[in-house]
Design a protein around this ligand. Structure first.
Ligand code: GTR
Length: 327
């Protein structure tokens, strides 16, 4: 199932490197937004171990968990600049930086998680990855982030009309604000670390995320209704500063890519287990989870979001079609 990062992509990284390769020890700092207990934290720790092992200690990675190195948009900028070397990022907040990355942030673009991975492992994914690499954020592994659904404190959401009038926290990307607004709600971008308090004080009425993140940061304690809208299926990456990666010898690059691929396989296994476990845990804690019988009205409500997006980004039409027509 898991395909390796294409040779073309590694070629791009090497071509973009400004420094000739040399066998100097590299100590990398890695950003991770999650805390202990989240699959991505375990996967990033495993990645660091694998890098040390496979590079014979020539490259080491120190992972800073819990977003202590900054918010996601700030950390992305830092990786582009090389102030942070590497991290586990959601592609949602990468869209405002890399136009092609927004492909995956279009609501309902993918039929399910498997479809998303087929697209990412194919030519559309290669284009997204190449554009990210050119922007300084080279993806060397893809993580599963499941599907994001709405949660709130008022009642179950079954149709876009139930979202109308609600202030919903979204990640930093105009597509997500537009998505909530198209349902008559008020999409409110906010840092992940502020969501718990905003939910508990009523600054927002709801938010949206996958089940493992909903559980791991305690949002389920302050939002008792989780509705399976599954409107966004956004992959995550291990993304490294392109120039730093390109400056390594080919052997070191191959070792790091192998570490990222192994860590990604591990993450995807953990993800599947954790999604089931989180569902059970939040239900036991009293959260009401509802399936949505007909997602058609949510998809229909996205027509203006797609129309506005393609009008503003006509060059993305081909990539959108390529993704949609991928079997
Ligand atoms: C999580 C994701 C994080 C962050 C967060 C958010 O699911 O893993 O990278 O994007 O959602 O909602 O900000």
């Amino acid at each position: 199932m898991y395909q390796s990062i294409s040779k073309t992509l590694l070629g791009t990284a090497t071509a973009l490197a400004f420094v000739a390769s040399a066998a100097v020890a590299e100590d990398w700092r890695a950003w991770n937004i999650h805390n202990d207990g989240h699959p991505n934290t375990a996967a990033m720790d495993r990645f660091a171990e694998l890098v040390a092992e496979k590079t014979g200690g020539e490259v080491t990675v120190e992972v800073f968990h819990g977003g202590v190195l900054g918010t996601q948009p700030d950390a992305l900028e830092q990786v582009q600049l090389g102030a942070i070397d590497i991290g586990n990022f959601n592609l949602g907040p990468i869209g405002p930086i890399v136009k092609e990355a927004n492909l995956v942030s279009l609501p309902f673009i993918f039929r399910d998680v498997d479809h998303m991975f087929r697209v990412m492992d194919g030519p559309a994914g290669d284009q997204v990855a190449a554009a990210m690499g050119e922007a300084g954020l080279l993806p060397i592994g893809w993580f599963d982030a499941g599907a994001r659904s709405f949660y709130n404190n008022t009642g179950p959401i079954n149709s876009p009309d139930d979202v109308a009038g609600m202030k919903i926290r979204v990640m930093n990307n105009d597509l997500f604000t537009g998505m909530v607004n198209a349902m008559g709600g008020n999409g409110t971008p906010m840092a992940f670390s502020e969501v718990y308090q905003s939910l508990s004080t009523g600054v927002v009425d709801g938010a949206e995320n996958n089940l493992p993140s909903f559980q791991s940061v305690g949002h389920f304690e302050v939002a008792g209704y989780y509705s399976m809208s599954e409107h966004l299926i956004i992959p995550e990456c291990i993304c490294v500063n392109t120039a730093k990666f390109g400056a390594l010898s080919e052997d070191m690059q191959a070792a790091i890519v192998a570490a990222a691929e192994e860590a990604s396989v591990f993450q995807r296994e953990l993800w599947a287990e954790q999604t089931a476990a989180s569902r059970e845990a939040v239900e036991t804690a009293g959260v009401k989870i509802n399936e949505i019988a007909d997602k058609g009205p949510f998809q229909d409500a996205m027509a203006p979001v797609y129309a506005d997006y393609l009008a503003a980004n006509p060059s993305m039409a081909e990539l959108v079609e390529l993704a949609q027509s991928t079997e």
